[in-house]
Design a protein around this ligand. Structure first.
Ligand SMILES: Cc1cc2nc3c(=O)[nH]c(=O)nc-3n(C[C@H](O)[C@H](O)[C@H](O)COP(=O)(O)OP(=O)(O)OC[C@H]3O[C@@H](n4cnc5c(N)ncnc54)[C@H](O)[C@@H]3O)c2cc1C
Length: 246
């Protein structure tokens, strides 16, 4: 499949593509699949940090070219040159979810590293982590790196009856609230307000990611309820309902 302008632009920016090979597949639920990748050389240029993500290149048969999709690095092991990606096998599907559904051990692909790096101010005492199932991998990395004495509130927006099987280290969270997915993030905002009632807004750091409408609602709550300045929040649209991201 031919290279394309996105690959050209990233290459010009110095973003290197790394070959990866599938070495394991684990179905955590019927709709959430962990794929173990061997990535020789990847960690030579990439430092592991919370929420580290890669651009995965997959073929899009409709566009007749490679497209890139963001996925969060899970369980990185620089010593064995391996890491995992967790895929939500969503419907309607897209090129990345379709790749993850059909892959076999031994399949190959390419990933490009990203330079985005999260900085959480040391004075943040209360971490509020919000997302849908696509954000679970990143939330896991934030939970794993949170100081032991941090006050950590997690809200996950998801509609699956078996959502509690997702691999969250729940014991690291002060509160973990599951909310049923709705179209505008109302349920998540109500859960955040309930969970953080009485918390001092001056110590809050908010991290939010997932579907665009959810992220917008959470960002708005951060503005109106806490007046959070930019440096005390990170809110990122991971996908858009009804639209392909690329
Ligand atoms: C920094 C970053 C990190 C990310 N990390 C992860 C991760 O670790 N795991 C993960 O699963 N995703 C992650 N995502 C989200 C993932 O990149 C998107 O879900 C992406 O749209 C999937 O690409 P696709 O080719 O399967 O579908 P697309 O071609 O983008 O979309 C096709 C259709 O599927 C719908 N769709 C896309 N995603 C979903 C979904 N989750 N649920 C329901 N419908 C959907 C779209 O609305 C569209 O109708 C991340 C995104 C970013 C930016």
């Amino acid at each position: 499949m031919a290279a394309n302008w996105q690959r050209g632009v990233l290459k010009a920016l110095g973003v290197k593509n790394h070959p990866v090979e599938v070495v394991g597949v684990t179905d955590i639920t019927p709709w959430y699949r962990r794929v173990r990748l061997s990535a020789p050389g990847f960690f030579d240029t990439v430092a592991v940090h919370p929420t580290l993500w890669v651009r995965l290149w997959v073929s899009d048969p409709e566009k007749g070219r490679l497209v890139q999709r963001g996925y969060t690095v899970v369980d990185p092991r620089p010593e064995t040159h391996e890491f995992s990606l967790d895929f939500v096998l969503h419907e309607p599907t897209g090129p990345a979810a379709a790749w993850a559904k059909s892959l076999r051990v031994g399949d190959r692909a390419e990933v490009a590293h990203t330079t985005q790096r999260l900085t959480i101010p040391p004075e943040a005492r209360t971490l509020v982590l919000v997302g849908d199932s696509t954000a679970v991998p990143a939330i896991v990395t934030l939970l794993e790196s949170a100081p032991d004495d941090a006050d950590v509130h997690v809200v996950i927006h998801d509609e699956h009856p078996d959502r509690a099987s997702l691999p969250l280290p729940a014991e690291r969270a002060t509160t973990l609230t599951w909310v049923d997915a709705d179209r505008d993030g109302t349920n998540a905002v109500a859960a955040i307000a309930g969970s953080t009632d009485g918390v001092d807004a001056d110590g809050v750091y908010l991290w939010a990611a997932g579907e665009r409408h959810l992220v917008k609602a959470v960002r708005e709550h951060a503005r109106t309820a806490w007046g959070l300045p930019r440096e005390r929040q990170h809110a990122q649209n991971y996908w858009i309902r009804g639209h392909s991201v690329g």
